[in-house]
Design a protein around this ligand. Structure first.
Ligand code: NAD
Length: 233
């Protein structure tokens, strides 16, 4: 692809599906048999903190049983070999991009392997259970919660994302349903700034008509092929 200097990539649960992590939609809007409002909202946490802490403890523990796939690895190769700028934004809270070799990953919805202290508001790397109410490593308050952005909360680093989107040459959306805002609106932001837009998803997403180009199939096939094209392989 000629004349591409800046790429913004958005990934969603679909890129990790072939690694064995369930997407939301695959289970009819449930996340691992739980209603989203029970395990992914501040109200759900206030109602039943034990359930929510235990839920994320299980999701974190499950990471040790899955491996990155060819789509994660292809994006890491793009970061290494592309001469221009790549911003990789993920909605995923798993660590498969990092384990696939990506060094700079913007987790706009937070990370399972991070804890957020509701008292001092510091985010700390975390790889242990939370259900037994460990103290915050910084302020010692018993106020840790998963560092995951729940519905109704503000995703991380939106200013950086919007500014990269507006100056990008290409925006590519991978394995995301186009149902969760604000990420679902990135394609329209990019389009209105004249950025080329590409969707790589198993099936047409809810926002597929906004993309200039849409390719449908498994991420482990589509993403390496697209990376080859960008790198001119
Ligand atoms: P989603 O579950 O709403 O949609 C997933 C999309 O991926 C669907 O459009 C589906 O068709 C597509 N897909 C499924 N298998 C695919 C494959 N093999 N190749 C390519 N595409 C495939 O996910 P979302 O849009 O990311 O939004 C859901 C929210 O859920 C996000 O905020 C995310 O934080 C959270 N979530 C994260 C994880 C994770 O970290 N792995 C898992 C589940 C949910």
């Amino acid at each position: 692809m000629a004349d591409i200097e800046r790429i913004v990539i958005l990934t969603g649960a679909g890129i990790s599906a072939e690694s064995g992590i369930d997407t939301f939609r695959s289970a009819g809007g449930l996340w691992e048999q739980h209603k989203v409002e029970d395990v992914a909202t501040p109200e759900g946490f206030a109602r039943d903190p034990d359930l929510v802490l235990g839920f994320y403890d299980m999701r974190r523990e499950a990471l040790s049983k899955v491996e990155p796939n060819d789509a994660h690895r292809a994006l890491a190769r793009l970061e290494r070999e592309f001469a221009g700028e790549v911003l990789l934004v993920t909605q995923n809270v798993d660590d498969l991009h990092e384990r696939g070799g990506s060094r700079d990953v913007l987790h706009m919805h937070g990370e399972l392997k991070s804890a957020l202290c509701s008292s001092c508001e510091v985010r700390s790397p975390w790889d242990a259970p939370m259900a037994d109410r460990p103290p915050c490593p910084v302020c010692q308050a018993t106020a840790l919660r998963p560092d995951v952005v729940w519905f109704g909360e503000m995703p991380y680093q939106m200013d950086r994302i919007y500014s990269a989107l507006l100056s990008a040459d290409v925006f590519v959306s991978i394995g995301t349903s186009g149902a969760v805002y604000p990420a679902a609106g990135f394609v329209q932001e990019a389009k209105s700034a004249g950025v080329q837009t590409v969707e790589l998803n198993l099936e047409p997403s809810e926002g597929t008509h906004h993309f200039a180009e849409a390719r449908h199939g498994p991420a482990s096939v589509l993403v390496p092929a697209w990376v080859d094209e960008v790198l001119g392989v």
